[in-house]
Design a protein around this ligand. Structure first.
Ligand code: MG
Length: 206
């Protein structure tokens, strides 16, 4: 068997956040709140904070969250990526998705990704927000278990805390932060901000 020699930039492992990067959680959540709780929420309302409880202080956010994740809204989140370029990249490199949700939402999350025909190597539940779950893993802990020595780690997330986690614990990683309203102004020389999926694809040379 002849192994093709990898060229510069080809030996990558790509790790992607899901909400705010691949799936449009924010729009669906706002639509849900308008439909179920606050009918006069303006049509152009945009979440400015990552913590949804801070946005809707008048609501019992835990009850709203449970209602949302058991609704069809949650399994039909729209796409923020171009599925053609996504699947082209995942056909060429290992692409692992790390989503910051409780483990019991694995199946509905996988169903949402399948609805859009996205192909990927693995789906993991981890992140900076632990939902009060004991031993809920960080994203760097998950990556450390999958990572193949010598491969270049490329990481994309919209939460600065996850970007900091990766740079702190896997400092050789290449970290990109997806621009979202809630992370405006949070800059760090350790990561590269990208405005959209296509800009990320261009920056990693795919
Ligand atoms: Mg996110």
């Amino acid at each position: 068997m002849v192994l093709r020699r990898l060229q510069d930039g080809e030996n990558m492992e790509i790790y992607l956040d899901v909400d705010g990067v691949i799936l449009d959680f924010e729009s669906a959540f706002v639509d849900f709140v308008r439909a179920e709780y606050i009918p006069d929420l303006p049509p152009d309302f945009v979440l400015q904070k990552w913590e949804i409880g801070e946005e809707f202080k008048e609501l019992d956010i835990e009850a709203v969250w449970n209602h949302f994740v058991s609704s069809d809204y949650f399994t039909r989140l729209g796409l923020l990526v171009d599925p053609l370029s996504f699947n082209r990249i995942s056909g060429r490199f290992p692409v692992n998705l790390i989503t910051n949700l409780p483990k019991d939402l694995f199946e509905p999350r996988a169903r949402n990704l399948a609805l859009h025909g996205l192909k990927y190597s693995g789906l993991y539940m981890a992140g900076h927000f632990d939902f009060g779950i004991d031993n809920y893993p960080t994203k760097s802990q998950v990556i450390a278990q999958i990572h193949q020595p010598g491969e270049k780690i490329v990481f994309l997330d919209d939460h600065p805390k996850n970007c900091i986690d990766i740079k702190t614990n896997l400092p050789e990683s290449h970290v990109y932060m997806m621009d979202r309203p809630h992370n405006k102004g949070q800059e760090d020389p350790k990561w590269t901000r990208v405005n959209c999926w296509n800009e990320f694809v261009e920056k990693i040379g795919c």
